[in-house]
Every structure is written in structure tokens, then in C-alpha cells.
Design a protein around this ligand. Structure first.
Ligand code: PRP
Ligand code: ADE
Length: 177
């Protein structure tokens, strides 16, 4: 993986100005997912990066992290666990509240989603303020899992999230910005 992949992926992400509110430059990954060639390139980048990392499970963040996370888990012959917005998981959960670029939210995970010591890959589509990824990593840590790496397609470094994540000693990988 290198500059060519990064440029290729970036060229298939659409920026929508002032959505969902004025001042937000929304990075829309739907063109990347819609095109079978770009979708495969994207999935394969992640699969190749993680195939020899002795992972036990993949966790994805509601909702856009489910799309890439589930496919990567399947290709790695691993199971998938959802980290969901509050009120969607039926069994025992732990919760973390966090702030994001346009509001606040709470995420949850089932307490039995991972076994203690499980090596987890955490996947979302994008890092902005980092609030979501940090909350998700905390949930995994609270249920005893080890976050081997947090990964996203896009980093928006000017929003500071990727620095915050790395300052918390959570390894972070992103494909483009
Ligand atoms: C978006 C995105 C990330 C998060 C990034 O999700 O998919 O999960 O925001 O922002 P942050 O780094 O500032 O936390 P959103 O909460 O909009 O929900 P969605 O996936 O349901 O669209
Ligand atoms: N989530 C938070 N900020 C975002 C942005 N600018 N584009 C897409 N998703 C986001």
C-alpha cells in the first residue's frame, strides 16, 4: 500500500460542502462502495494489511464502519462484532458517551462481544474529532479486548482526532486524508 492506493481511494470519495450543517465538509464514501473495482481495492488493502496480524475478531462502528468491517472480517475468516449507537443492542452492554463534529452520541457493545485478551481490529470509515474511535476503543478495552489497531479509510487531520487517538497510544491506520 502506498501513495498510488491512497490517491486512487481519495479520488473516489466525494466532498459535500455544508452537510449536514454549514461549515462541515462531508466526506461521502458512497461512490467508493458503489463501484465494484474501487470497493474491491479498498477491501483488499485492509485484508492484506491485517492477514498476518493474528487477529481474533473485527469490530465495526455503527453505521458506516459496518460496511467495510464486516467484509474485511469475512475475508480474514474472522467474526464481526457491532459497536452500536445507544439503544440498539438487546443484551447486556457497556456504554461510552462522546462528542463528534456535529453533536454528541453514545455507543455500546455487548459485554460478551469479545473474550478477554482477544486481539481486535477496530474499523470505522472516518476519523474527524476522534470521539467515535476513542469511545469504541474504550468499550473494547473495558470488556477485556486488546485493540491491535484502529483503522479508517479517511483521516481529517485538521480536526485533531488522529493525534488524540495516537496520544492515547491507540495504534491508528488510515488510507487517505
Ligand atoms: C461519522 C463517521 C464516524 C464518526 C467520525 O459517524 O462514520 O463514525 O462520525 O467522527 P468523529 O471522529 O468526530 O467521532 P456518524 O456518527 O455521523 O454516524 P453514521 O455512521 O450513522 O453516519
Ligand atoms: N463524520 C464526522 N465528520 C465527518 C465528515 N466531515 N465527513 C464524513 N463523516 C464525518
Amino acid at each position: 500500500e502506498g501513495a498510488l492506493d491512497s490517491t486512487y481511494i481519495r479520488n473516489h470519495i466525494r466532498t459535500v460542502p455544508d452537510w449536514p450543517e454549514p461549515g462541515v465538509q462531508f466526506r461521502d464514501i458512497t461512490p467508493l462502495l458503489q463501484n465494484p473495482k474501487t470497493f474491491r481495492v479498498l477491501v483488499d488493502l485492509f485484508v492484506h494489511r491485517y492477514m498476518d496480524k493474528q487477529l481474533d475478531i473485527v469490530a465495526g462502528v455503527d453505521a458506516r464502519g459496518f460496511i467495510l468491517g464486516a467484509v474485511v472480517a469475512y475475508e480474514l475468516n474472522l467474526g464481526f462484532v457491532p459497536i452500536r449507537k445507544k439503544g440498539k443492542l438487546p443484551f447486556l452492554t457497556v456504554q461510552e458517551e462522546y462528542e463528534l463534529e456535529y453533536g454528541s452520541a453514545t455507543v455500546e457493545i455487548h459485554t460478551d462481544a469479545c473474550k478477554p485478551g482477544d486481539r481486535v481490529l477496530l474499523i470505522d470509515d472516518l476519523v474527524a474529532t476522534g470521539g467515535t474511535m476513542i469511545a469504541a476503543a474504550k468499550l473494547l478495552t473495558r470488556i477485556g479486548a486488546e485493540v491491535v489497531e484502529a483503522a479508517a479509510i479517511v483521516d481529517l487531520p485538521e480536526l485533531g482526532g488522529s493525534k488524540l487517538i495516537r496520544d492515547l497510544n491507540i495504534p491508528l491506520h488510515t488510507v487517505c486524508n
